[in-house]
Design a protein. Structure first.
Length: 440
């Protein structure tokens, strides 16, 4: 059994599917919090490992640039050795997938089977999408010659978004309702202008404005880019101890995007993209609390790995999300020098930024509440009040730095197993305190 299949199986055995499928929003609610806007709040006391939401994407698109060089010619910082299904984004390993098929009109869109191809042809890979991506990929244009890969990925998003307006106007309206507008982000105006001109040359088949309430315009393109910047989640490539992961695909998740950030989160996000092909909804994301959360407490994710140092966290939040974090951890670390910062300097490298951007890890942990009976094992210093968090909830596996959350509780019994949301390995509490090896 593969690691991902084993992880999905563990979740099901612990009741995860039943808990979230039946009533995904009963344990949380959306509330307005002064200074933070819309937030996800616990509507009842939550136990460690409890699933608070499982969300399906309304939009998925590839994170790979439109033109990818063969591996020997790729820049060293790029890791595009894997191919993925253009519908479900499972990894494609040609020797082991006899059902591998491609789009009948282009050779670029690959699918893990005829079912995925059939679904895509009526949703995400319509004839217009096929033609648009082919033109962007095959015809010489400024997008390929003068613009970096981020612009190519943004072009993919706009093609997917305008296609969504055609195939599912209600989902497109949901996308438009999300946070983000062209006046509140650092999106350069010239980028929106260039991309709008580019997409307009592809003649997006939008329904009439009279019937939908929106029409193709520069303002709409700029707004879509802003919403993508603030709300997209990254589905990462498979974990490896030897290489840094890149994002395989981006998704817009209409419920999960309400989670605010905290540098010491109390929840973290899991996905099982490469689960067995018999598993439906493999692109869903699942959010579990990492420790007990009282009723009324906000549930937060970290928008990047928790081991980043203060200056890097603040830069990322300011540049990518437009705000300055004032959480308890940041208030403490603001007085530290760079040498005192906990962050791993290697995480600041451009090579690693791809992975860090979309790894939503865990939520804010107020140390008064986190001082459980177990905290006595740590010699907590006033200058480092969150030491316990890193010891208990951060994975120390090679090249990992993921966040640990208990498996969903079974009945009234809490789980003693902690699952890493990056490498997928299990740890047990005693091993965390003793520093023992990971257990699969």
């Amino acid at each position: 059994m593969s690691t991902v299949m084993a992880r999905e199986d563990r979740l099901l055995r612990h009741g995860g599917e039943a808990k979230i499928r039946g009533a995904p929003l009963l344990v949380v609610r959306i509330a307005e919090i002064e200074g933070r806007g819309r937030a996800v709040v616990a509507s009842e006391p939550l136990r460690a490992g409890q699933i608070v939401i499982r969300d399906s994407p309304i939009l998925l698109y590839s994170a790979l640039p439109l033109t990818i060089l063969p591996p020997p010619h790729q820049p060293q910082q790029q890791h595009y050795h894997n191919l993925y299904c253009s519908n479900c984004f499972r990894i494609l390993q040609k020797p082991s997938i006899p059902t591998l098929v491609s789009c009948s009109s282009c050779s670029s869109a690959l699918f893990c089977g005829s079912n995925c191809r059939s679904v895509a042809l009526s949703s995400s890979h319509t004839p217009w999408v096929c033609q648009a991506l082919t033109r962007l990929r095959d015809c010489p244009s400024p997008l390929q010659l003068h613009h970096h890969r981020d612009r190519q990925v943004q072009a993919r998003f706009l093609v997917a978004a305008y296609n969504l307006a055609l195939v599912s106007p209600s989902d497109f309206q949901t996308l438009l309702s999300l946070q983000g507008d062209c006046s509140s982000t650092a999106q350069p105006e010239e980028a929106a202008l260039f991309l709008h001109f580019l997409i307009s040359s592809l003649c997006p088949p939008l329904p009439s404005q009279n019937s939908t309430g929106f029409g193709f315009s520069l303002e709409l393109t700029a707004s879509l880019l802003a919403k993508d910047k603030l709300n997209a989640f990254g589905l990462m490539e498979p974990f490896s101890e030897d290489t840094q992961r890149s994002v395989r695909a981006y998704g817009i998740y209409p419920k999960a995007c309400f989670f605010n950030h905290d540098c010491l989160p109390n929840a973290c996000r899991f996905d099982y993209v490469d689960a067995d092909s018999a598993t439906q909804h493999n692109t869903d994301i699942i959010v579990r609390v990492i420790h007990d959360v009282p009723q009324g407490r906000e549930i937060c994710l970290s928008y990047f790995p928790v081991n980043l140092k203060y200056s890097d966290r603040q830069r990322r939040l300011r540049d990518d999300y437009g705000f300055t974090c004032q959480c308890d951890r940041c208030k403490v670390e603001a007085n530290w020098s760079d040498e005192e910062d906990l962050g791993d300097d290697s995480n600041s490298d451009e090579e690693k930024d791809e992975e860090l951007m979309d790894e939503d890890l865990d939520e804010h942990m107020d140390m008064a509440d986190s001082a459980t009976e177990d905290c006595s094992v740590v010699n907590r210093d006033d200058d480092f009040p969150h030491a316990y968090f890193f010891l208990r909830y951060m994975c120390n596996g090679n090249n990992c730095w993921g966040t640990l959350a208990p498996l969903p509780p079974s009945g009234v019994t809490p789980s003693s197993a902690m699952e890493c949301n990056v490498c997928g390995n299990l740890k047990y509490y005693k091993e965390l305190m003793d520093g023992d090896a990971l257990h699969q």
